[in-house]
Design a protein around this ligand. Structure first.
Ligand code: ZN
Length: 284
């Protein structure tokens, strides 16, 4: 995939694409959940009903991210079960790097060869109680390199490690097939520097909390052609909910984005769907 601002398939906001998905009460708008974990054992058993709820709310495609060697096979099985809805991604999350086996990278490469898929969830987390900075960086870099070899988009987790992320990207260079920083929690000011590495910025249900001023400022600073929305299900439930999150809640993120940006919901749906298709569409 040639990457760049001008190479993305663009659709005029408001124009419709048929995903075979009818959104009740949402005037046929359709969404792509740019980041979730349907393989998570807390929700895996309810997959059929979660997918039905999601479809009812217009969520027609979902990027399902693995996070460790234990769950990659489950992500592949969900892709097999829902071939046209699921975009699979495989990666070793910084929370689970201590559990990796000596052959983890070989195993990850096997999944990338087996299925058109992204690389993620990968990243850096300096919010952990105890972590090995060098090890996190090496595991992250190895996966960025694999994404470059196979020309796959990456899904990045970054928490309290923004300077390190920029440092790694400065050494590594732009991501050939692009990438997304999921549930973006960085500053508005950092967006242009990250954008230069072909990154998109995805907003989760945390944006639905009215006190989340930093997130809303960042949302306003994201270029429209780099904006994505996600649920990170089953984590980060929307405002007012303390239970497990699910992809049907994506429309709540879209509604908040619509209010904060002053853009109507149909246009937010069309814009974020076009952006997610530009980033992940080659994996369809
Ligand atoms: Zn995640």
């Amino acid at each position: 995939m040639a990457f760049g601002r001008d190479s993305a398939p663009r659709r005029k906001p408001g124009t419709k694409r048929d995903h075979g998905c009818k959104a009740v009460g949402l005037h046929m708008v359709s969404f792509i959940d740019a980041h979730c974990h349907l393989q998570d054992e807390r929700i895996r058993g309810d997959l059929r009903s979660l997918m039905a709820h999601a479809k009812d709310k217009g969520v027609c495609r979902l990027v399902c991210c693995g996070s460790g060697q234990d769950d990659w096979e489950s992500v592949a099985a969900i892709k097999e079960q829902y071939p046209s809805q699921i975009i699979p991604s495989f990666g070793l999350h910084p929370w689970y790097i201590k559990d990796r086996s000596p052959k983890w990278l070989e195993s990850l490469e096997g999944f990338l060869k087996r299925l058109p898929s992204g690389v993620g969830e990968i990243g850096l987390d300096h919010g952990l109680k105890d972590f090995d900075e060098q090890d996190q960086r090496e595991v992250f870099l190895a996966q960025l390199a694999l994404a470059r070899t196979y020309h796959r988009p990456v899904s990045i987790h970054c928490r309290r490690a923004w300077d390190v992320l920029l440092d790694v990207l400065t050494d590594f260079g732009p991501l050939d097939a692009g990438g997304v920083i999921h549930s973006y929690s960085g500053s508005a000011e950092m967006i242009p520097a990250l954008q230069a590495y072909h990154l998109y910025f995805s907003f989760s249900c945390s944006i639905t909390r009215s006190g989340h001023a930093r997130g809303r400022r960042a949302l306003q600073a994201v270029p429209r052609d780099r904006l994505l929305i996600e649920t990170d299900s089953p984590d980060i439930p929307p405002a007012g909910s303390t239970g497990l999150n699910e992809p049907s809640h994506l429309f709540l993120v879209a509604q908040t984005v619509s209010e904060v940006l002053g853009v109507n919901l149909e246009d937010i749906a069309a814009l974020t769907t076009a952006n997610a298709t530009a980033l992940f569409g080659s994996l369809a």
